[in-house]
Design a binder for this molecule. Sequence first.
Ligand code: ADP
Ligand code: MG
Length: 339
Amino acid sequence: MVIMKALFAQLKKNRILKAIILLLLVSTNTAYADWYKQEQTIMGTLIKVELWHNKRLQAKKCISLVMTDMQRIDASMSPFKHDSELSHLNRTAATQAVKVSKELFQLVSKANRISEQTHGQFDITFASAGRLYDYRKAIRPSDEQLKNLLEAINYRHVLLDPRKRTIHFQHPQVYVDLGGIAKGHAVDQAIKILRQCGIKHALVSAGGDSRILGDKQGLPWMTGIRHPREKNSFVVLLPLTNTAISTSGDYERYFIEDGVRYHHIISPASGKPANKARSVTILGENTTTTDALSTAIFVMGPQKGLETIETLPSIEAIIIDTKGKVHYTSGLLQPKQEN
Ligand code: ADP
Ligand code: MG
């Protein structure tokens, strides 16, 4: 009887011991329940992932899944990597129809749909001439070169066959670049991964493209629109939840020659940098769309740009024109008071 009692006591102790160990394990994993943040340079831009989770290890795992996926997208869609799927397409698609991955096919299809919606101002074939600019080395194409290549800029040259999942360029000089849409796509993919990971509150951004999942512990995320001419200063601060937001500006990549600012957003009609705005911010539901639209509306400028956005449901815009004046779409303005 005494032995039984002792054994029982031992077991009870063991149970308590087990409970203590378990408690310790759980607490080391949740002791830092907080916001987790990581930054990394991928796709030539700063990638930021910030999320809330009550398990440190799980949070780190989710962030690392996102970073790995960003690297995967960069490896397949970079125009600077010789072995990317995009580079292969550019080398081959003028001579034959090229079978591509589902992801690339869908993104090029989406790019072409946005070209239709924006009357050709978003056009991934801008790169037929646009690739002759090197902003770091202050190099730009001559007028002669531009004249010869302008014909190749037309998204209709990019023939898509959904049944065979092939892409075939209809002009020998066509060259495509997804720089105006791929980062937005990568951010959308990141949000998908985070959701699958069980995350409910997060912010992912790739340069000027951000997407917000949920709120920030009951409060909105405050997102600033940069002043296009004054570093470290904001023109507008927006309180946001569950939103995609992209900004395109003429201050990101540029060089100045003889007083002219040569930047990275190219008007498909001229092959030259667009000059009707300084910055365009688009708000919407996903970053693939807001990324491409911010580039397109930048080319259009405030007047046509606002008109176009007013026709698109669930999309709003903030445009800073060449004089620094800020324009808003009607959905962002207060309703007029009736007297
Ligand atoms: P960032 O790359 O700084 O986020 P944007 O989203 O505005 O800026 O995209 C600019 C990029 O889009 C350029 O670097 C180029 O790769 C591509 N691009 C430039 N002009 C056009 C255009 N008219 N249509 C589609 N893509 C464009
Ligand atoms: Mg863009």
